[in-house]
Design a protein around this ligand. Structure first.
Ligand code: GLU
Length: 288
């Protein structure tokens, strides 16, 4: 199996990251496969080189060795642009001129705005603009993003499923994420577009990631089908939570691996906090 861990270098790794990396590493090692590290560093404003080196150092400290070179998304913008061109050529992408504020106002005014797992979905305002209006607004220099016409995309692909390990096929529903953004001027590729291209280019066969991203798989499968990319299996895993059952926020410094290291804990003790043994050879102290 080819597995990967794909953190964004926008902060230090915390227990939730460690657990996620563990699931990918253990799946790869158990199958005699490959464990890859990818840095989701497209968001230049939030990513820092010091977090990059900290991620690698923490993974090594935790005992998770990796294979092959590290892939940085920021070095593959041409691949995302090519995928976007293909999607545009298929006629499943449209320009959206709405600002966040306009979208919020529109959603607030709708009696029953479509909602996804992370809140309101884009209500489709610009989907129906005619070609002349689109061209005129672009020519006038209006900023815009590019969105996937999810319903149209699924008319092209026909019914889809994704394969969830130990669960079987899950039917894909285009309404779960709605017309997601694929790119905009200050973000040449959205998470959805880049992750699908990266997993294919890296030959990932098992995508392991937290349950908070399960819903995103609906749109990832649609993009894979449109782009005729291979279909990995998915294994979404439980999220690590704090004592009150709340999931660790992205920059939960109190739960950062660094914090435990500096407090003198061993890797085995940190793995025990994640509820797993960690890699063999770490010594006593871990629980499962
Ligand atoms: N970079 C994403 C994150 O840190 C993970 C992407 C993925 O595993 O698909 O949430």
């Amino acid at each position: 199996m080819i597995c990967r861990f794909a953190p964004s270098p926008t902060g230090y790794l915390h227990l939730g990251h460690a657990y996620s990396a563990w699931i990918g590493w253990a799946s790869a090692r158990a199958s005699g496969g490959t464990f890859l590290l990818r840095l989701d560093d497209i968001d230049a404003a939030r990513c820092r080189p010091e977090y990059e080196s900290a991620i690698m150092e923490d993974l090594t400290w935790l005992g998770l060795d990796r294979d092959g070179p590290v892939r940085r998304q920021s070095e593959h913008l041409a691949a995302y642009a090519a995928a976007l061109d293909r999607l545009e050529a298929l006629g499943v992408v449209y320009p959206c001129f709405c600002s966040r504020k306009e979208i919020r106002a529109e959603v607030a005014a709708m009696p029953s705005a479509p909602h996804g797992p992370d809140g309101p979905l884009y209500p489709g305002t610009c989907r129906g603009l005619d070609a002349a209006t689109r061209a005129a607004r672009i020519a006038a220099g209006e900023p815009y993003s590019l969105r996937l016409d999810a319903a149209e995309a699924m008319r092209r692909t026909g019914p889809l499923t994704w394969s969830e390990a130990s669960q079987g096929p899950i039917p894909v529903d285009p309404a779960v994420n709605g017309d997601v953004m694929l790119a905009r001027k200050d973000a040449p590729a959205s998470y959805h577009l880049s992750v699908v291209v990266d997993d294919a280019e890296q030959g990932v066969t098992l995508v392991t990631r937290g349950d908070d991203l399960r819903h995103a798989t609906h749109v990832h499968r649609i993009l894979q089908a449109l782009l005729t990319l291979p279909e990995p299996t998915y294994a979404h895993h439980r999220l690590i939570t704090d004592e009150s059952g709340t999931r660790l926020a992205k920059r939960a410094d109190a739960f950062a691996i660094r914090h435990y290291r500096e407090a003198g804990e061993s890797p085995a003790q940190v793995w025990a906090r994640c509820g797993v043994n960690g890699p063999a050879g770490l010594g006593a102290g871990a629980a499962d």
